[in-house]
Design a protein around this ligand. Sequence first.
Ligand SMILES: [Zn+2]
Length: 114
Amino acid sequence: MHELSIVQDLLKVCDTNATEQGASSVKRVEIQIGKLSGVEPHYLKKAFDAFKVGGHCSDAELIIEIQDIIVRCCQCGREGTIMANEFVCPMCGSRELVVIKGEDLVLMRLELEK
Ligand SMILES: [Zn+2]
């Protein structure tokens, strides 16, 4: 399962941050998941809750924000949101699109407790 390794990496980053900041625990973890990242938020949350036990994140709450897919059209230069299932520029109909946002999972914010 894709989500398990993501959660393990995420928890590692949280632990490292907490240790570096001299925090006793992590209260909140806020992440952004791109619609094209292939990550299932429901599974990610489940995995997070299962793996957080014992580390700095034992009591941490995971907040997930979904990032829309934003593309730039190579033909007309339009930048904007598209649906995952319609990879076509709404302005000119071109299929030459570059994804600017929506492919990644980004750690936005950590709330630490000293
Ligand atoms: Zn276009």
